[in-house]
Design a protein around this ligand. Structure first.
Ligand SMILES: Cc1cc2nc3c(=O)[nH]c(=O)nc-3n(C[C@H](O)[C@H](O)[C@H](O)COP(=O)(O)OP(=O)(O)OC[C@H]3O[C@@H](n4cnc5c(N)ncnc54)[C@H](O)[C@@H]3O)c2cc1C
Length: 453
């Protein structure tokens, strides 16, 4: 019997992990933890968008299936409760990298998967009245320098060649109608995209999954799992254990805690700062009437958006790299300061505004920067999903559907996607990986400084 041992992260106060979690309308009372000697048909480790979506889709497809989710903290504690809240169509890091790594045809099919994922999340939220401050205000990629303009043009050309509608080219005139900043030189706007309050979405998904019959354990870090001699799995927490026929790892960047998954992805941290609510006057002074989520076209992108109460959330700029298995190293003062400075560079009229919150969270990065839904073992009964980098809000929701379809034995255009069951390139051992990722990050920084400032 193969035995695996994961080192759980120290439990933290979930409210300290993001403003989204801190400002939820109600304090979370966590569900009871896993107790000894349970059995289920499907066990899902991780209560973020991937795990919850897998759970409710399975119950919808096969209502008689006994599905349990085991979450180490509370649902939404991971990236799902901390992200920027952009529901967007980007697959992996960039269209160019996906095209280079796979092929033009596969990059196009990935984009189509993501367009459908954005629409699917919209339909899920609206059809089920999920209260998550959803605004279908679109996504705007802006070029702010000659290097960035080239990239925006390049992406636009790819979309045109693929025959993809749904994207508008915004020249200087259109941009200055929308924004009071000289920063933006060229943009492309994708109206189907939207912004959400990520923690409200995660908690809404939890409630929805439970309403469909999924059993969810919280405050139950999984410390190990094993394959049973007669087939199936046993999953252990410090207090309880559960046997199941199928096992799903929806642990994203935390997968590094499980030795079997460690080489498939590595965690990196992206960071966010947030302002106080803007006054009516301040809003007037910056424009932004469209309320689109905005990203610039650097390698180490800046992403920013408005909240329902008109705070500005600004993230990205640089990433810090995970080392070892401590996923609580999610604060970086240097990056916070750079983000604050950058916001004032874009909107100098906000000089003096107060930044009230700062946080960070782990994203999952494969060596080729592309997502993967994969298997441990040849029987396809242990499934994992990772590598969505900072673009997983809509994708992970659809990936959950895809995983549920596989377990339910359905073949669909989603289960046939090239990244399902693909061979990944393993990250080298820890120290070398760290060096490799530092080198990639260093290269991106230099490229940004030279061409994309
Ligand atoms: C700061 C930040 C900004 C981002 N911005 C965006 C954005 O604007 N748009 C976008 O599309 N994407 C964004 N992302 C990425 C997106 O948030 C993720 O891709 C997505 O939330 C991943 O969902 P998930 O369910 O796979 O993983 P997670 O939400 O990370 O869930 C994994 C869960 O597993 C649990 N877990 C870990 N170990 C164990 C264990 N041993 N036992 C039991 N449970 C365990 C964790 O507590 C966690 O709840 C951002 C990410 C971050 C961190």
């Amino acid at each position: 019997m193969a035995e695996y041992q994961a080192m759980p992260n120290q439990l933290m106060n979930y409210k300290s992990k993001s403003w989204w979690l801190e400002s939820l309308p109600e304090t979370i009372v966590s569900n009871p933890g896993l107790t000894p000697r349970q059995t289920a048909d499907v066990v899902i480790i991780g209560g973020g968008y991937t795990g919850l979506s897998t759970g409710w889709h399975l119950k919808q497809m096969k209502p008689g299936t006994d599905v349990r989710v085991i979450e180490s903290d509370v649902c939404g504690y991971g990236a799902s409760g901390r992200n920027g809240g952009f529901s967007m169509t980007l697959f992996g890091l960039t269209k160019g990298i996906t095209k280079f790594r796979f092929s033009d045809e596969k990059a196009k099919s990935a984009h189509q998967y993501m367009e459908a994922a954005v629409d699917y999340l919209h339909d899920f939220i609206t059809a089920n009245n999920i209260d998550c401050d959803y605004e279908r205000s679109g996504y705007l990629l802006v070029g702010t320098s000659p290097g960035q303009i080239k990239r925006v043009e390049h992406d636009f050309k790819i979309m045109e060649r693929w025959g993809m509608g749904g994207v508008e080219r915004w020249g200087k005139g259109r941009l200055s109608d929308e924004f009071r900043t000289d920063f933006y030189k060229l943009g492309w706007f994708e109206p189907r995209c939207g912004i959400i309050n990520p923690a409200k979405l995660a908690r809404g998904m939890k409630n929805f999954a439970e309403s469909k019959g999924v059993i969810i354990y919280e405050r139950s870090p999984v410390v190990g799992f094993s394959r049973n001699r007669e087939g199936g799995f046993t999953v252990r927490t410090e207090i309880g254990d559960i046997r199941s026929e199928y096992l799903v790892f929806a642990t994203n960047a935390y997968s590094v805690l499980f030795p079997e998954l460690k080489s498939i992805q590595r965690p990196a941290f992206t960071h966010i700062v947030m302002t106080e609510p803007l006054s009516g006057e301040q809003m007037e002074s910056i424009g932004w009437g469209c309320r689109a989520g905005i990203e610039d076209a650097r390698d180490l992108i800046h992403y920013y958006r408005l909240t329902k109460d008109n705070r500005i959330v600004m993230g990205g700029g640089d990433v810090s790299l995970g080392y070892g298995t401590n996923l609580n190293k999610d604060l970086n003062e240097k990056i916070f300061t750079l983000l604050e400075d950058h916001l004032i560079e874009v909107f100098p009229q906000l000089k003096g505004i107060r930044f009230t919150h700062k946080w960070g969270g782990p994203i999952s990065v494969t060596l080729d920067m592309a997502p993967v839904i994969g298997f441990l073992g040849s029987d396809h009964k242990c499934i994992f999903s990772m590598g969505c980098v900072g673009h997983g809000v809509s994708m992970t929701t659809t990936n959950g559907r895809t995983i549920a379809e596989m377990i339910a034995g359905r073949q669909t255009p989603r289960t046939d996607m090239f990244f399902v069951g693909r061979k990944t390139i393993s990250w080298p051992p820890e120290l070398i990986s760290y060096g490799v990722s530092q080198a990639i990050r260093g290269f991106m920084k230099i490229e940004d400084r030279l061409y994309c400032k």
